[in-house]
Ligand binder design. Structure first.
Ligand code: ZN
Length: 206
């Protein structure tokens, strides 16, 4: 729980687990990110809990396991950054109406095959993949990878958008597909202020 405060610095505004995973890095719409809450394996676990991908007991078990196997935890963390880079490439391409590279899609397929290899089919109202039995250190990544593939295969691709004010991606679920900001409170407001100041300046000089 001690690292949870750090990861909650990033709002969950993506509307999809995979997009929220990309939004663990912040910064301007183009160019390199200037903030990153995924700084180590404990933060990956804390983020998984924050985003609802891990239960508290699962997070606790993973923290214990990572202390017993620091090398394995480091490998899982390195892998999570590679997966984030891959998903970043895929969804930024989709948001810009471009096709992701063949190689990145092949890696995503392998990650999904691995995720499903550790999943089980559980019956709720419908059947769904769960990772209740997965005790591996890569557990936090499984639902992220699966959410990405689900979104790509069954989602509305033209609703995947980049924020006008920052590098966050989100699923636009508004009726007329008019959402432009990750959040009205952040980027939406600063844009409103910018326009207001610009309009006042125009009036003052006119
Ligand atoms: Zn934004």
């Amino acid at each position: 729980m001690e690292t949870l405060a750090g990861v909650t610095r990033m709002r969950l505004v993506g509307g999809n687990l995979a997009l929220d995973f990309l939004n663990t890095r912040a910064g301007p719409p183009v160019g390199p990110p200037d903030d990153d809450v995924l700084t180590g394996y404990p933060e990956l676990v804390a983020w998984g809990m924050y985003a609802g991908a891990l239960s508290e007991p699962e997070a606790k078990a993973l923290r214990r396991r990572s202390r017993d196997d620091p090398g394995g935890a480091q490998a899982a963390f390195t892998r999570s950054l590679r997966i984030r880079d891959d998903l970043d490439e895929v969804f930024r391409a989709v948001a810009a109406d471009r096709s992701p590279s063949v190689s990145v899609l092949a890696r995503l397929r392998d990650d999904e095959a691995d995720a499903l290899g550790h999943a089980r089919l559980d019956r709720g109202r419908a059947f769904s993949w769960t990772w209740r039995d997965d005790k591996t250190l890569a557990r936090p990544l499984r639902p992220v990878v699966h959410a990405a593939v689900q979104l790509l295969t069954t989602g509305a691709l033209n609703r995947i958008k980049g924020c006008g004010g920052c590098r966050f991606l989100f699923l636009d679920e508004s009726k007329n597909r008019s959402r432009r900001w990750c959040s009205m409170d952040d980027c939406g407001t600063s844009e409103k202020i910018r326009r207001y100041v610009a309009a006042r300046r125009t009036r003052a000089s006119g």
